[in-house]
Write a protein that binds this ligand. Structure first.
Ligand code: RET
Length: 251
């Protein structure tokens, strides 16, 4: 008989909690936008969009949308008997990839504008980021432990390195040139993001990739990362920006 790996109580409750947190962040960030002149709201607009999209994807997942069962055939070898296979159906939350394909470019845009990167570099970083998310989606639906699945994963990781390259090398250089406290703030919030972002492919490898983590634990792990990478990141960016005129984007 097949085995089903799906969310339980903890997972479902976590999805709702994050939905509520993202709605609160949406309200807070939009309210903060009203406190600054309309010409200075670009970071507010981008950051609010990020948490709006996260609210939508968490609402979808909490109510059972954006989830598919992925079938895997797990082969077991026995020493004195023929091999047997065992059917496993595990939930894949593809709504996350829809969310990430919109929100990670927006998060990058926040960081690139803060650094003062030029259009070509921003565009390259964002295209690499979209490739990372879409190839990650293919990896999630690849067959168990095949070169196909881990091949897509490897391609996604290379694309991720391209993203990091742009931010760490060009981003830091440009941020330092902007003067004032922008350089050190960029290093701080960029370093914070780098640690969080790098945790995603690690969780993915343990959970979606090799299925060594329950669906509930996977939901909780991504929930913590999503709240930190979107809501905490956004609050930090907007609050700092308020007191740092030199972080302004030239419009
Ligand atoms: C995947 C799997 C394939 C390999 C790599 C990945 C990277 C994902 C990242 C996601 C970041 C998400 C954020 C969400 C916002 O809250 C797709 C997991 C490299 C970096 C920041």
């Amino acid at each position: 008989y097949p085995e089903y790996q799906k969310a339980g109580e903890v997972g479902m409750r976590t999805l709702w909690v994050v939905f509520v947190l993202m709605v609160i962040a949406t309200i807070a960030f939009s309210a903060m936008a009203w406190t600054v002149p309309v010409q200075k709201r670009l970071y507010h607009v981008i950051t609010t969009m990020i948490v709006i999209f996260a609210s939508l994807s968490y609402f979808a997942m909490a109510t059972g949308h954006g989830i598919s069962y992925h079938h895997v055939e797990v082969r077991k070898s026995h020493s004195h008997m023929p091999d047997t296979t065992h059917d496993v159906y595990r939930e894949v939350y593809w709504a996350r990839y829809v969310d990430w394909s919109v929100t990670t470019p927006l998060l990058l845009l926040d960081l690139c504008l803060l650094a003062g990167l030029n259009g070509a570099h921003i565009f390259m970083a964002i295209v690499a980021d979209i490739i990372m998310i879409l190839t990650g989606l293919f990896a999630a639906f690849g067959s168990e432990n095949t070169p196909q699945k881990w091949g897509w994963y490897t391609i996604a990781c290379i694309a991720y390195l391209v993203v990091i390259w742009h931010l760490v090398i060009h981003g830091r250089q440009m941020a330092n040139q902007k003067g004032g406290k922008v350089g050190s703030f960029f290093t701080a919030i960029g370093g914070f993001s780098l640690i969080l972002w790098t945790a995603y492919p690690v969780i993915w490898g343990i959970a979606d990739g090799s299925r060594n983590m329950s669906v509930d634990a996977e939901i909780v792990a991504y929930a913590v990362l999503d709240v930190m990478a979107k809501a905490v990141f956004g609050a930090w960016l907007l609050l700092t920006h308020m007191n740092m005129p030199e972080s302004q984007v030239d419009l």
